[in-house]
Design a binder for this molecule. Structure first.
Ligand code: PEP
Ligand code: MN
Length: 265
């Protein structure tokens, strides 16, 4: 199965799929070992930021082009597809030349020129819901991409700001059935960013799948305690395996096809 077959399955068959990988690309060893583990578990898409949107300008901003090259190496070793964030117009060409799917982050969900430019590349576009955006505003974001004659779009619910502060964000599980009713694109749940802590990732992931999500996007790091960003919420390989087992058990109660990358090594 090559990249196009995997994308076809995702966009045409409505098959369930996982996206997983580190929050940020940090080194060859880190990203390649994560990719190896995840591809052995059948995960078809590797995530990892090379350009990171960080709240503080003092925080690790990502490796930039070097990070994109490391993602390419991980792809070459494993056959996984790559999704990585493009933060501004200036980098649209370089990011789209290294990635199979362009990620628009939560903070850019209403960056209309960026959405248009991402759509115009012709690459699939994964849009994360702005944490201050309604479902309707989120759907308008997807229209900016589809108006560029690009309907290979994935929508990711990643939690919103509410009065509740016990988790990092509030996962809006309700958005899943609403989006599924209103758009024809795959709807994915990112349980990592709302959880903020690794121990909360599994319950949120299962809630998303039970609500009908077409996929999950999960942060996984070979050594989360050493991560340069989002250290507390990234799963170890073992925690990821446990999550995947539970998701698979839940999916047997809610049958659908699933997409996985064939093992390469
Ligand atoms: C990410 O997934 O890398 C990320 C930065 O998440 P968000 O845009 O949802 O905050
Ligand atoms: Mn992160």
């Amino acid at each position: 199965m090559d990249s196009d077959d995997i994308l076809d399955q995702i966009f045409t068959d409505g098959s369930f799929f996982m996206i997983a990988g580190p929050c940020a690309v940090e080194s060859e060893e880190q990203v390649v070992s994560a990719a190896r583990h995840l591809s052995r578990k059948g995960v078809p898409i590797l995530r990892g930021g090379a350009y990171k949107p960080r709240t503080s300008p003092e925080a690790f901003q990502g490796l930039g082009i070097e990070g994109l090259k490391l993602l390419a190496k991980a792809k070459e070793e494993t056959g996984m597809l790559i999704v990585t964030e493009v933060m501004d117009l200036e980098h649209i060409n370089i990011v789209s030349s290294y990635s199979d799917i362009l990620q628009i982050g939560s903070r850019n969900c209403q960056n209309f020129p960026l959405l248009r430019a991402a759509g115009a590349t012709g690459k699939p576009v994964l849009i994360k819901r702005g944490f201050g955006n309604t479902v309707e505003e989120f759907m308008h974001a997807s229209s900016y991409v589809s108006k560029q004659k690009n309907d290979r779009i994935m929508l990711v619910e990643r939690g919103i700001r509410t009065f509740e502060t016990s988790m990092r964000f509030t996962l809006d599980v309700s958005s899943v059935p609403v989006l599924k009713e209103r758009v024809r694109f795959p709807v994915i749940v990112d349980p990592s960013h709302p959880a903020g802590k690794a121990r909360y990732v599994k319950p949120l992931a299962l809630a998303g799948v039970a609500a009908g999500a077409d996929g999950l996007m999960v942060e996984v790091h070979p050594s989360p305690q050493d991560a340069l960003s989002d250290a507390e919420q990234q799963l170890t390989f073992q925690q990821f395996d446990d999550l995947q087992d539970s998701v698979n058990r839940l999916l047997t109660a809610m049958p659908r096809n699933s997409v996985s990358v064939p093992e390469k090594n």
